[in-house]
Design a binder for this molecule. Sequence first.
Ligand code: NOJ
Length: 548
Amino acid sequence: MSPSRVLRSCHVLLLVLWVSASEDFEWTKNDRGPFYYGTFPTGFSWGAGGSAYQTEGAWDKDGKGISIWDAFAHKKGKILLNDTGDSACDGYYKFKDDIDLMKEMRLNHYHFSISWPRIIPNGIKLDHVNEKGIQYYDELINLLLENKITPIITLYHWDLPQFLEEKYGGWQNSSMVSYFNDFANLCFERFGNRVKYWITFNNPWSIAVNGYETGEHAPGLKLRGTGAYKAAHNIILAHAKVWHTYDTQWRSKQKGMLGISLSADWGEPVDITNQRDIEAADRYVQFFLGWFASPLFNGDYPQVMKDYIGRKSAQQGLGSSRLPTFSSQEKSYVKGTCDFLGIGHFTTRYITQKNFPSNRGGSYFSDRDIAELVDPNWPDPGSEWLYSVPWGFRRLLHFVKTQYGNPMIYVTENGVSEKMICTDLCDEWRMQYFREYINEMLKAIKDGVNIKGYTAWSLLDKFEWDEGYSERFGLYYVDFKSKNKTRYPKASVLYYKRIISSNGFPNQREVETWKRKALEICSSSNQLLAAARRKSQDNKHAEMPKIL
Ligand code: NOJ
């Protein structure tokens, strides 16, 4: 080889090393700074979200088919207090009122999902399309657009048609790929002239792990060590197929974008100077986010998942890994199938290394060889798992930037809950949560992360899966006991509205007045709610037979 060629290949090698080094996430960099006053880029999109089963109700109305969540919630003992989403927020009937609430906050977008069995009752398009279901989503989309609110639509937020579960085993079966593609195609055909943002799956991690590994969610299967991996594999292939369908058949006409929404907690090493802790934290995030993001952006599962699950499967005497493999054709088919990445994020954990012996059988959780810890000082107002750790959000967003080539990001879910018993509409802790998490997102944008929009989760209090109605994530409080499912603004409505109208946090003096004003106003909402409750109590007493 001539000296100049050697030199050139050295340059290439150096360049490759430099590129890969520059893409490494800096675990040891501790970037927790003070609050940052500033605004978001012009055109940044502010929204709120919800999903079909959690809000719509009307579970058996106007020709809708049964979903796995209808079937699951109707079985006794699956959901706290045996609650169901049968009527939820009655969003199916009240969407016009709900759009008024969105207008009130000046939202730029609304993120919601389409119920597959509402428009294809048994899940199979060739069998039957339910025009009444189509009409509902048509009206919802049209009214949003009339009010200049952009619909961001998720095709699958967990409510698989029950028929597909019973007949084929749901996401355990690869036939879901083409049924889901037919459903998506129908949505593009009927709504795509007006909808420009599509999300295939919301939080596939939970579909796979809670639905097919722990069985805490529908369809309630406990296929430890295999079920989640198999479901995830079919979901990734289904996502890719739908992206290709959109890309080849609809994109040029409809000019929209299609992505996926991945949920991930952040995992911080207990000790950032300890290499074993760093590797454990990396595994935690790779098993959470990388499981899905890595195939879609880089063409295969994270190496660390392949290594750990492969090694443990061999130790368990299995002939092949419990983690399915992609053929080389599939790798190139799935790679590059996200026009944007949706990120759902709520909380953080400290992570350290912990060995789980393979001889006790495999499970998703033991495959990772980690232990999760929390700081007892982290605020924990609602859901047991949800600690407020704003700096974790910025770390996660950085991680995404470095690992997946700085993709376009929409934050599709971020928010905090309170317990059911809490009827205080002056939700100071939620204002605090939004203020700090949104600020960390602003810092991430300043650091170069490509974030285009933010979705507060959620617009309304709603059905919170196996926790029933016991955890309230809403900006608006829903009185589930009232006939009308009356909505009341919590203080955070006004606070979020101010963030939106200022497109961020203009200066300290102004931001401090937002909280004061919001707290002044919410006390009158509190009085309204208390009066409504008293009235309904009185009515109940009035209806009770008198004991003579
Ligand atoms: C993520 C889920 O996608 C959403 O449905 C749920 O309400 C939130 N987590 C809060 O638990």
